[in-house]
Design a protein around this ligand. Structure first.
Ligand SMILES: [Zn+2]
Length: 108
């Protein structure tokens, strides 16, 4: 969360903006963060910065797991072990879903 805010602050500095209107974060289903705690953390770390009071939007990124046997990706659900729906093998190569990154920022 603090690294995401560091990105926000860099954008603000680069654009000489006074205020941040909106921050959009991409959060993977497997990122291990709760949206509610993320919002709370954002409120706390943005206090006293140009991002204070900005609208925080969360874009959810679904989990995708790759099966080397079938050479295909399949949607992962919560958890750490993913069984391929094609061959039943357990797969651990997560291609998507661990993101916690800045997607967009709107400066005022
Ligand atoms: Zn498979």
């Amino acid at each position: 969360m603090e690294s995401a805010l560091a990105l926000v602050q860099r954008q603000v500095a680069d654009h000489h903006a006074q205020r941040v209107g909106r921050v959009v974060l991409r959060v993977g289903a497997l990122a291990g963060v709760e949206v509610e705690s993320l919002r709370f953390a954002f409120d706390v770390v943005s206090r006293g910065t140009p991002a204070e009071g900005a609208t925080l939007e969360i874009e959810s990124v679904p989990a995708l797991v790759f099966c080397p046997t079938c050479q295909r990706e399949f949607p992962g659900t919560d958890g750490f072990i993913f069984a391929c729906p094609g061959c039943g093998d357990f797969c651990s190569e997560i291609r998507q879903g661990r993101e916690l990154e800045l997607s967009r920022i709107e400066l005022l």
